[in-house]
Design a protein around this ligand. Structure first.
Ligand SMILES: *Cc1c(COP(=O)(O)O)cnc(C)c1O
Length: 381
């Protein structure tokens, strides 16, 4: 079965009792038992629910994996993963990961004796030297947010395997439509389903996918024991979104590439970050491990902080908001919004300049999006 067929049919069997083509939402906290501990596989929704089972089958299939566990959010999923570690374990990863992931590791789990070590994943010798010290896990986000750096999943997870270190790839930006980290050697794939997978900016959710039955059992246990479960309604909305994932991602990718090519030539643009551009420093690795480059484009405009802020308030279709991956286009200003907590000097060092703007390119008609950016720039003169 191919991608779209799986997205539509796997885990989405018509309801046996009524014939309803769409499985119902099981809004229930508990399940009647025939005798003590004798039930149909569900006893309490914190531990499991038919809607979770359905979407887990779909998401595992889309990542070419065996098992999936859904969570309350992407960070809920990361908490589930981190609950497998012990005091004294180290997590290694890139410092420019999603800010919330960084905060979860460095503000919460650090208090339980779990340490973070930042590495440059572009340098495989450095990666190997760190893996030799047997950290608890290596966490890769590729492409990264918002600078869209690419790490070589195959090379790095092979090194992790050599030293028996668990590897996790946050695949939120690429989605399973464009990249399948398990097939490249990762032990776990994490998604914020809030983003492209849900796709309609109406739900918060997360998932972890693996081929390892022992990891699946630990993730399920972590979800149940900590209370990281999603709502059956949210999960049902997620299942609804997934059915159009392939067509949405095609359009996100087309619109983003067209916009990146347009902006690269614009006189008011200093730099465009998009892994689909030949000029992207990691374009070759991106082409090897991705089938497309998704819908996020970051742009450094030739404007100071004040004008950049004016610019992003001038858009008609790019709504100024955090988050990404919905059908509607969004714009974010990392220096004053998502990454404001980083001191300016440090921000500039990693490339998060005052003129940097992150576009989540939606699936509207391309011409309208390009015109929107042109009119917003024209208003500044
Ligand atoms: C949004 C996001 C997360 C966190 O997901 P939530 O659903 O907001 O908890 C993690 N990683 C990446 C790359 C994200 O974009």
């Amino acid at each position: 079965m191919k991608f779209s067929t799986k997205a539509i049919h796997t885990g989405q069997k018509p309801d046996k009792e009524t014939g309803a083509i769409i499985p119902p939402i099981y809004m229930t906290s508990t399940y009647v038992q025939e005798a003590p501990a004798q039930h149909k596989g569900y006893d309490y929704t914190r531990a499991g629910n038919p809607n979770f089972t359905n979407i887990e089958a779909t998401l595992a299939a889309l990542e070419d994996g065996k098992f999936a566990t859904v969570f309350s959010s992407g960070l809920g999923g990361l908490s589930g993963i981190l609950s497998m570690l012990k005091a004294g374990d180290t997590i290694v990863g890139t410092a420019d990961m999603y800010g919330g992931s960084y905060r979860l590791i460095n503000r919460i789990f650090i208090n339980y004796g779990i340490l973070f070590k930042s590495i440059n994943t572009q340098n495989l010798q450095e990666v190997e030297a760190v893996l030799k010290e047997k950290p608890g896990l290596i966490f890769l986000e590729t492409p990264t947010n918002p600078l869209l750096k690419i790490s070589d999943i195959k090379a790095i997870t092979a090194l992790a395997g050599k030293y028996g270190v668990l590897s996790v790839v946050d695949n939120t930006f690429a989605t399973p439509y464009f990249q399948n980290p398990l097939n490249l050697g990762a032990d776990m794939v994490l998604h914020s389903t809030t983003k492209f997978i849900g796709g309609h900016s109406d739900v918060i959710g997360g998932v972890v996918i693996t081929n390892n039955a022992d990891i699946k059992e630990k993730l399920d246990f972590g979800r149940m024991a900590i209370g990281l479960n999603p709502s059956p309604f949210d999960v049902w909305l997620g299942s609804r979104g997934i059915k159009t994932l392939a067509v949405r991602m095609e359009r996100h990718g087309e619109n983003a590439l067209a916009l990146a090519r347009f902006l690269v030539k614009h006189p008011k643009v200093k730099k465009v970050y998009y892994p689909g551009l030949e000029s992207h420093p990691h374009h070759d690795i991106a082409r090897q491990q991705m089938r497309g480059f998704s819908g996020i484009v970051s742009v450094e405009f030739d404007f100071n902080l004040e004008d950049t802020k004016k610019l992003i308030s001038n858009f008609k279709y790019f709504s100024l908001a955090e988050s990404l991956g919905g059908v509607e286009s969004l714009v974010d200003h990392p220096a004053s919004m998502t990454h404001a907590s980083i001191p300016k000097a440090e921000r500039e060092e990693i490339g998060l300049t005052d003129g940097l703007v992150r576009f989540s390119v939606g699936i509207e008609d391309y011409e309208d999006l390009q015109n929107d950016i042109e009119q917003a720039i024209a208003l500044l003169k």
